[in-house]
Design a protein around this ligand. Structure first.
Ligand code: CTP
Ligand code: CA
Length: 224
């Protein structure tokens, strides 16, 4: 059983976590989504809560349930997630574990598309706001610690290092999700923590253990 520590190292710190996929509507009954279960984000929220943090958990329509003892903000689209993140500021740290849809349907219909009358749908796309990048690059009120995630299938360290610089975040938690690793959909993860100091390869371990170790690292960084 896990409970919020009354004197944990993150006591009094407000931390936001984004999690899960986003759904981007095509019409009132259809949407574009991705395979994120929200497991990594939920594990992060739980681990941060267990160290005493006040967690704002901003989640898309995930398949795993949000942890107890966190403030849950349920959203559907990337735009809603972006607004919820802005409303949650200021925070001591932001953990961006959501699998945000890169695009939304620009010409979404406000009525259900009918196959007979409407023919084949033609979708136009617009790029969604990059939430992690926006927060990382805030001129004022930037959270002192901003952590992003990156699932890659090849050249993990190279891609994730470039991603960290492009986004402007402090850390990127990268993992190799190529089929040979068997990580996708499993309960274990093998991550590389990318920071200003370089790339640190962690041994393969349970996803909850990854979350606990990251939360502990965050507590150390925020204490400095
Ligand atoms: N992210 C975000 N908002 C977006 C897209 C991504 O906040 N619109 C965050 C994710 O939550 C994650 C990090 O950015 O923490 C990296 O996501 P990823 O999809 O790997 O990065 P992209 O810049 O979208 O690059 P790619 O083309 O590889 O998808
Ligand atoms: Ca993306």
């Amino acid at each position: 059983i896990s409970a919020q520590l009354s004197d944990g190292p993150l006591q009094g710190k407000r931390i936001l976590v984004t999690s899960g996929p986003t759904h981007e509507p095509i019409d009132p009954v259809r949407y574009i989504a991705n395979r994120s279960s929200g497991a990594q984000g939920a594990a992060m929220a739980r681990a941060l809560r267990d160290l005493g943090a006040e967690v704002v958990f901003i989640t898309g329509p995930a398949t795993v349930r949000p942890p107890e003892g966190v403030q849950v903000v349920a959203v559907e689209t990337a735009q809603q997630m972006s607004e919820a993140v802005e409303a949650a500021l200021p925070v001591a740290a932001g953990v961006f574990a959501a699998a945000v849809s890169d695009w939304r349907v620009l010409n979404a219909s406000d009525r259900k598309l009918k196959k007979s009358k409407d023919g084949l749908p033609v979708m136009e796309f617009a790029e969604n706001p990059d939430i992690l990048k926006r927060v990382s690059r805030m001129a004022t009120g930037r959270p002192p610690l901003v952590v992003g995630f990156a699932a890659e299938t090849n050249d993990v360290v190279e891609h994730a290092t470039a991603k960290r610089l492009r986004k402007g975040c402090d850390w990127i938690v990268a993992n190799d999700v190529s089929p040979a690793t068997g990580i996708m959909g499993g309960s274990e993860n093998a991550v590389v923590l990318i920071s200003e100091e370089g790339a640190e390869t962690w041994p393969r371990m349970g996803k909850d253990d990854v979350a606990r170790q990251l939360a502990e690292r965050m507590a150390v960084a925020l204490a400095q």
